[in-house]
Design a protein around this ligand. Sequence first.
Ligand code: FES
Length: 104
Amino acid sequence: ITLHIEDLKGETRAITVSPEGSLMEAIRDNGFEDLLAACGGCCSCATCHVVIDPASVLPLPAMAADEDSLLDGSDHRQESSRLSCQIPLSSELDGLKLRIAEAD
Ligand code: FES
């Protein structure tokens, strides 16, 4: 699947990955150093914050309460903010567009 990722400099790069693991792992493992993902994916750090392009209407999993409350702690939360470690990749996410959110 192909993901379109914008970094903090505003540069967008497309990556092609197999639909396994999490969205966070796909971003981190493809050289986007702006995504810190400090806790390694256990939903406790919020440094894997991304903003999904609102035009990217793809079936994302519902947000759990812990993800929601971590995002509430961010000054940069947007309507379509998500923690990328909480989104498993699947073939349905082909073409997803997002940007890495500013760190708090
Ligand atoms: Fe820490 Fe996602 S990597 S909350």
